[in-house]
Write a protein that binds this ligand. Structure first.
Ligand code: ADP
Ligand code: MG
Length: 468
């Protein structure tokens, strides 16, 4: 039986495929489903701003996904502002789980469901997700080196030996297991070195910590927090690009830890050389230890991963179905997991057998979801030029005026995000520019989306226009 947390996971899995990652993270982080009762569902969100965005912009998406997942005719969604802390698990109504009214073909409104509040992914006091251990990581050829390096490092830290690779720099595309592997080291050190001090942060958290402690004049607190650890894990370090202050802070933190033979581990979506606007001295430090990449898993590994995930969730599947799913989803492990979630939800709600035919339906549904690739660079440029009311020739042109540079960079950012164009292709499309210009634009807009409300909204509105 799926509980509301699993239903919401499946809904998010579906939404994630149609909404770009920054948007998805911005608008759906901290959300949860607290009730799904007949034709009405209640979704909790962390603040009013998110509430109004979901109501105005994503309501139809959410409704459709919820109907798909539950196969009911949920008609109304109430968005409620309420922060649900992962460590607080207040149970409402005795904590019953959501359930499909006993009949698989539940007619509209007869889905007898009761609200409950589930714990979102369990994160321990070190900020580590309990699921991300070496035990649950399936090693394939594409991740062999990174995995071995992580194990060697974990062992050295546990045994307080000299560190073989410091820092360890892991890079690879999205959804390939970088965060998982990095946190696996954390777990092993927690278990193997008593009293170990571990700090896992995303690069954004690190930046935020730095900026806010400095602003409050508490630089010492920042030092204490980051320089007294045995193991420092910073996820997605590429976002440090262009942040001079944070780069400086990281430089000194790193030097301090390194001198004291404390381990630093970094992940990134690209190798150090490809990180734009990164100080030379940092790039060279990133390369001091070992650089290990993770590539896309091959079919054999994808099969093994699915088998493991099925075992974890006690959802036995025939080899045939597993092979079918693994053959049809090649992009990355996150999407593979998403498809399995969807399939699991479907099988449970409909009480249908877990056979290839059903898997085929799911894959078809997933592939007919409005994908980001449906638009062309031309349409994109057109949409942005209309949005800012400037001419297309000016967007592609050479002028460095701010009112043109900004839209131009937004076009480049969206080509990357929505069309998945390569940087050279983007540069080409936008007036034959160099690929580094495209990379710079992408990084700049990504950062502004994080920090600048207006930019976030503009990009959001342009996206809306692209897909209507
Ligand atoms: P990244 O940080 O590279 O974007 P994540 O570490 O977040 O990717 O992985 C995405 C999802 O895929 C996670 O749920 C993770 O557990 C799972 N995953 C990725 N690689 C593997 C693997 N080799 N074995 C098992 N699960 C994996
Ligand atoms: Mg990650």
């Amino acid at each position: 039986m799926l509980n509301s947390s699993q239903v919401w996971q499946a809904v998010l899995g579906e939404l994630e495929l149609t909404i770009s990652k920054p948007n998805f993270t911005t608008w759906f982080k901290g959300s949860c489903l607290v009730a799904c009762d007949g034709d009405r569902a209640t979704v909790c969100v962390p603040n009013t701003f998110t509430k109004s965005w979901l109501e105005q912009k994503y309501h139809q998406h959410i409704l459709r996904a919820l109907q798909n997942v539950t196969q009911t005719h949920v008609k109304q969604i109430v968005y409620r502002v309420e922060v649900v802390r992962p460590d607080a698990v207040p149970m409402h109504g005795g904590g019953e789980v959501i359930r499909a009214g006993g009949t698989a073909t539940a007619a509209a409104g007869s889905l007898a469901t009761v609200a409950t509040r589930e714990v979102p992914p369990v994160v321990n006091e070190h900020g580590l997700n309990q699921k991300y251990t070496f035990d649950t990581f399936v090693v394939g050829k594409a991740s062999e080196l990174a995995h071995a390096a992580c194990q060697a490092v974990a062992q050295a830290v546990c045994e307080a030996k000299p560190k073989p690779y410091n820092p360890l720099f892991i890079y690879g595309g999205v959804g390939l297991g970088k965060t998982h592997l990095m946190q696996a080291i954390g777990h092993q050190v927690v278990a193997g070195l008593s009293g170990a001090k571990i700090r896992y942060v995303t690069c954004e958290q690190f930046m935020h910590d730095f900026v806010s402690t400095v602003r409050r004049g508490e630089a010492k607190e920042f030092h204490d927090r980051y320089r007294t650890v045995d193991l420092l894990l910073i996820d997605d370090i590429q976002f440090i690009s262009g942040r001079e202050g944070t780069q400086e802070a990281f430089f000194h933190t790193f030097n301090h830890l390194h001198q004291h033979d404390k381990q630093v581990i970094l992940t990134s979506d690209r190798p150090p050389k490809a990180i734009q606007a990164l100080e030379q001295r940092l790039q060279s430090r990133f390369e001091w230890g070992m650089i290990a990449d993770i590539q896309n898993p091959d079919l054999e590994t994808r099969i093994a991963i699915l088998e493991t995930k099925c075992r974890e969730r006690e959802f036995p599947l025939s080899h045939e179905v597993i092979r079918y799913l693994a053959s049809n989803i090649q992009s990355n492990v996150r999407e593979l997991e998403g498809a399995l979630n969807k399939f699991h939800a479907h099988v449970q709600f409909h009480k249908v057998p877990a056979v290839v035919e059903v898997a085929r339906q799911i894959i078809t549904q997933l592939s007919t979801l409005p994908r980001k690739t449906a638009i062309t660079p031309k349409q994109l440029i057109q949409t942005v030029s209309t949005f800012f009311d400037i001419a297309i020739v000016d967007i592609i042109g050479k002028s460095r005026k701010k009112e043109l540079v900004n839209p131009r960079q937004i076009v480049m950012y969206l080509m990357r995000e929505e069309i998945k164009s390569s940087y050279p292709a983007i540069g080409n499309e936008i007036g034959g520019r160099d690929h580094t210009t495209a990379m710079h634009a992408y990084d700049k807009i990504s950062r502004e989306i994080e920090n600048n409300e207006k930019m976030r909204q503009d990009v959001q509105l342009i996206r809306q226009r692209l897909y209507v």
